[in-house]
Design a protein around this ligand. Structure first.
Ligand code: MTE
Length: 320
């Protein structure tokens, strides 16, 4: 089924987006068995839906989903950080559409028994997709609530049988200045790189996303494959991944290279640890009412019960 949806994407116009209203209506219709019966991405969400990105079959994982109003599809796909396409929030939506996401390969290397270069289809094939509603808190003090479609990163990593020396996992975004005009400028050292400690990477909340709002990821959100780590600031969620490397040493990360005093390796959402230039105690929920009133930021972005034990005994002011 994936082969078809990614083939389809090549021929579809990404300007024809699906409004969340259609998505919500479809959700109301497709509950439980009905949703499963439509498995395979064969069914169009609605005759009224504009032709858009392909539908993905994914059952909602209620255990890992936040019960909060969703940010609109329009906001999630028009207010982006993807510096490879410029530094303006609307640059990625305008400039990422020409990114070719098929064919796409991912190189697996480092401290693993099985390394190699795998096609996106190889990477995705064994993994049933889930929908998970996660809060995303950007280090810039705005937040969204996003219905991702993806699967646990741990399930993928285990397939390559990490050795006992695999203490960290490093991720790399595509580097291709021809396709990514922002890479012709020196805002960051390209390619964008990120990393997690192996226990963070293996945590059940850590997701590899391939879609949102029940459809294939728009390019500006990191197609065809991006990381989502909901208890960390958004910059850890590296987009358009082409390489995953298992390492013994802590890998370099783009924002830490650019400004080590401002962006640490861990980047756990923490209202008690200010950014040197602003407080992190509150956030603006994008699209939430006329004035987008701020709300308090929660430790670990509200996921403390699940992830605080990973950092037991660590000074989170030092390891920010
Ligand atoms: N990944 C790459 N390759 N390049 C980027 O500039 N920006 C990060 C992250 N992943 C970024 C990236 C930042 S700062 C944030 S907040 C999130 O992507 C934003 O994800 P979104 O645009 O899907 O909301």
């Amino acid at each position: 089924m994936f082969y078809n949806v990614f083939e389809y994407k090549k021929n579809s116009s990404s300007s024809e987006v699906t409004p969340e209203g259609i998505y919500l209506a479809r959700r109301r219709l497709l509950t439980g068995a009905a949703a499963l019966a439509l498995a395979g991405g064969k069914a169009a969400p609605s005759a009224a839906a504009p032709a858009a990105l392909p539908v993905l079959e994914a059952a909602r994982n209620a255990r890992f989903s936040a019960a909060e109003p969703l940010t609109s599809y329009g906001d999630i796909t028009a207010y982006n950080n993807f510096y490879e396409f410029g530094t303006g929030k609307d640059d990625p939506q305008r400039r990422a559409q020409a990114l070719r996401t098929h064919p796409w390969n991912v190189a697996i290397s480092g401290e693993v028994e099985t390394s190699g270069v795998f096609t996106l289809e190889d990477i995705l094939k064994p993994h049933p997709l889930e929908e998970r509603v996660y809060r995303l808190r950007c280090v810039e003090r705005w937040s969204m609530v996003i219905p991702w479609v993806g699967f646990p990163l741990a399930d993928l990593l285990q397939r390559f049988r990490p050795t006992s020396k695999a203490k960290y996992v490093a991720f790399t975004t595509l580097r291709d200045p021809k396709q990514m005009p922002g890479q012709r400028d020196g805002w960051l050292d390209w390619p964008y790189v990120e990393g997690l400690r192996i226990d963070e990477a293996m945590h059940p909340l850590t997701l590899l996303a391939v879609g949102l709002y029940g459809r294939v990821l728009p390019n500006q959100n990191g197609a065809p494959l991006r990381l989502v780590v909901p208890w960390k600031y958004g910059f850890k969620g590296i987009k358009s991944i082409v390489a995953i490397r298992f390492t013994e040493r802590q890998p370099p990360t783009s924002w830490n290279i650019a400004a080590p005093d401002e962006y640490g390796f861990y980047a756990n959402v923490n209202p008690a640890v200010d950014h040197p230039r602003w407080s992190q105690a509150s956030e603006r929920r994008i699209g939430a009412g006329l004035f987008e009133a701020t709300q308090p930021t929660l430790p670990f972005n509200g996921y403390a019960a699940e992830v605080a034990p990973l950092y037991r005994g660590m000074n989170l002011h030092r390891w920010f």
